[in-house]
Ligand binder design. Structure first.
Ligand code: XUL
Ligand code: CO
Length: 430
């Protein structure tokens, strides 16, 4: 049975009228690398196959044959997912445990369901070229996690969470996953009135240290990633943004072990641009992977929409290319359809369009890097730091510098930041 009505794999055809890629040609070489290897696209299992189309005012709008079922339905869902991976030709996918298996009555039952689906994935992955970008545990939907997972005041929830991450990390390892993600949607608080912040941060640090230890114990060679987000669902989340996560990693001595998975919409919620978060992560050496999904700028809510703004996407890939591109990371579409987009075809079109937008962004970013106009201008702005006097200041002290200011009569002359000129340069490429 075909959920996608026998749709054949999409071709790269710039002139096509129907479903096709007009800009994404996986084989096209950009800056010495195939586009597929640059972008490393991944489909998110949860939004595409588990999400039901609800919003705060109404429930399910989608009608998928696998909703409401047990293991048989989970297998049908997997068939549809792998069918879509083939149609799109995506190299990767991502899952949470809760997306792929029905929940059982006990931990053991849920684990048995999960392991059976992982067996099925293993078979399906052998027969297809799709690989696992990352696995993760959903430790935020069940009411069990309403007060957090690793930061829950109840130690039994900490234990349950540790067992859950162990199970998911084992499965990610088994499937050859490139990364393992931790997004702490409920690692934070609603009110300080009932929260021991010191204890919660300590528990979260110990938890993450145990995850890293376990990764080494089983020989998992992928990257452990934290996904920052400032709030939603929790009022205040501890993994607020890249800077906050870095401080946390340093505190627990994990800054060389863990990197970040940066989501565009989360960056915006934190009051940053996507490129700010990417550039900061690059400078700190923790840029891991991205979730390429935007928010609605008017609603102020994490709407998880597919990307459709080429200039924004171009600036993001610019920062990624400057970092030397992805290592184990990739471009995950943590994006869902709008709830009126009911048809299987909508799901294909959403991904194909997003892949085209990313391809255009990547190509624009590569041209900006290759032409070097932006980097030349940036370099020129800091050229003063190339002089021996300027360099010497960085290993000097305040009184020596003060003496030099007086002796040489230093008198700084303001220079234009040339922002509009630089924006005009970007506009030539996007
Ligand atoms: C939630 C979010 C998650 C993570 C994985 O905002 O982004 O889907 O990407 O748990
Ligand atoms: Co995400």
């Amino acid at each position: 049975m075909s959920f996608f009505n026998g749709q054949s794999p999409l071709a790269y055809d710039p002139e096509a009228q129907g479903l096709a890629f007009r800009h994404y040609d996986p084989e096209e070489v950009v800056m010495g690398k195939r586009m597929e290897d640059h972008l490393r696209f991944a489909v998110a299992y949860w939004h595409s196959f588990a999400w039901e189309g609800g919003d705060p005012f109404g429930g399910r709008t989608f009608d998928r044959p696998w909703f409401d079922g047990g293991m048989e339905a989970a297998r049908m869902k997997a068939d549809a997912a792998f069918e879509m991976f083939e149609i799109l030709g995506v190299p990767f996918f991502c899952w949470h445990d809760a997306d792929i298996r029905p929940e059982g009555d006990t931990f053991a039952e849920s684990k048995a369901n999960f392991d059976a689906i992982i067996d099925l994935f293993e078979e399906k992955m052998e027969a297809s070229k799709v690989r696992l970008l990352w696995g993760t545990a959903n430790m935020f939907s069940s009411r069990r996690f309403m007060s957090g997972a690793a930061t829950n005041p109840d130690p039994d929830v900490f234990a349950w969470s540790a067992a859950t991450v162990k199970t998911c990390l084992d499965a990610t390892h088994r499937l050859g996953g490139q990364n393992y993600v931790l997004w702490g949607g409920r690692e934070g608080y609603e009110t300080l009135l009932n929260t021991d912040m010191g204890a919660e941060l300590e528990h979260m640090g110990r938890f993450l240290s145990m995850v890293v230890d376990y990764k080494h114990k089983i020989g998992f060679e992928g990257t452990i990633l934290i996904e920052p987000k400032p709030q939603e669902p929790t009022k205040h989340q501890y993994d607020y943004d890249v800077a906050t996560v870095y401080g946390f990693l340093q505190r627990f001595g994990l800054e060389n072990e863990v990197k970040v998975n940066i989501e565009q919409g989360h960056a915006i919620l934190a009051g940053h641009s996507f490129e700010h978060e990417l550039a900061l992560a690059r400078e700190l050496g923790v840029l891991g992977s991205i979730d390429m999904n935007r928010n609605d700028y008017q609603s102020g809510w994490d709407t998880d929409q597919f990307p459709n703004n080429v200039p924004e996407v171009a600036l993001a890939y610019y920062e990624i290319l400057k970092a030397g591109g992805f290592a184990t990371g990739g471009t995950n579409f943590d994006a869902k359809l709008r709830r009126q987009s009911l048809d299987p075809e909508d799901l294909i079109a959403a991904h194909a369009g997003a892949m085209d937008v990313c391809a255009r962004g990547l190509k624009a970013a590569a041209r900006m890097i290759e032409d070097g106009a932006l980097e030349e201008a940036r370099k020129a702005r800091y050229a003063g730091w190339e002089t021996p006097e300027a360099k010497a200041m960085l290993t000097s002290d305040l009184d020596t510098i003060a003496e030099r200011v007086l002796a040489e009569g230093i008198d700084p002359q303001p220079r234009s930041g040339r922002q509009e000129i630089l924006e005009n340069i970007v506009n030539r490429y996007v």
